[in-house]
Write a protein that binds this ligand. Structure first.
Ligand code: DGL
Length: 264
């Protein structure tokens, strides 16, 4: 293994930075390329066929260009739809990000869990399967919150979050049958932990938010155990589409040790 071979983290936008942050806690020195498919953002409103073709095609081309040692799809929407397809095309380990239903089921005391994801994620059979395997005997209430993806993108570019968007998610979840009993909230989109303060303010401190970032970071570290890392420069942040898509992200990227955004 070439010690400068990177870990490739992929998302439609900046959401996967929540996985990047967790990864840096366990692998501070690993070379990382973060790829944001800004030209394809948002994924959550697209069809399964569109997402599958786009993610598998792009990751194939990115793997050829960047020669990663491991690819992480730091996006629940892409993972729940295209993980199998991507594993078929790539020759390196591929780690996905799927809704943290299992830990939520272990944590809930009321037996009622809320799950916020994109429209595409919440309708996936993959999520039905996680629910059947790990949340049997609990009530799992799902809502789509597409507005939060754009809000998280804007927040990381220094713009304010419209409290009405968060209030709407809270209102829709708690209005569902049993919704008042939610004590655990699964953030089933990697963008949403970027709004955890706003979500806490709406849901209250008694509701625990759970996302998969730490678990994924541990999984990546485990798969790469014993490998050597030699980063040849700062982490790289690569975007599809016009480079201007990354305008406003400079402080967030610099704080995380990235060099200037690059076009793919
Ligand atoms: N960050 C992505 C996820 O985890 C989706 C955002 C989008 O809709 O593109 O689902």
């Amino acid at each position: 293994m070439n010690p400068s071979s990177p870990i490739l983290l992929f998302d439609s936008g900046v959401g996967g930075l929540t996985v990047y942050d967790a990864l840096r806690e366990v692998l501070p020195d690993a070379p990382v390329i973060y790829a944001a498919d800004l030209a394809g953002l948002p994924y959550g409103t697209k069809t399964e066929a569109q997402i599958g073709a786009r993610v598998a095609g792009l990751l194939g081309r990115m793997a050829e260009r960047f020669r990663p040692r491991l690819v992480c799809i730091a996006c629940n929407t892409a993972s729940t739809i295209a993980l199998g397809m991507v594993r078929d095309v790539l020759e390196v380990p591929v780690v996905g990000t799927v809704p943290a239903i299992k830990p939520a089921a272990a944590l809930t005391k009321t037996g009622t869990i809320g799950l916020v994801g994109t429209e595409a994620t919440i309708r996936q059979a993959y999520v039905d399967d996680l629910e059947a395997r790990f949340a049997n005997g609990t009530r799992l209430l799902r809502v789509a919150a597409p507005g939060l993806v754009a809000a998280a993108e804007a927040k990381l570019r220094g713009q304010p979050v419209d409290p009405a968007l968060i209030a709407d998610v809270h209102a829709r979840l708690t209005a569902m049958e049993g919704g008042a009993d939610i004590d655990t909230l699964v953030l089933a989109c990697t963008h949403f932990p970027l709004l955890s303060e706003e979500l806490s303010a709406a849901f209250g401190a008694q509701v625990t938010q759970i996302d998969g970032a730490r678990g994924i970071a541990r999984r990546i570290a485990h798969l790469l155990e014993g490998q050597r890392f030699a980063a040849t420069g700062p982490s790289r942040f690569v975007v599809t589409g016009p480079l201007a898509g990354a305008d406003g992200l400079e402080p967030a990227l610099a704080a995380r040790g990235f060099g200037p955004a690059e076009a793919f």
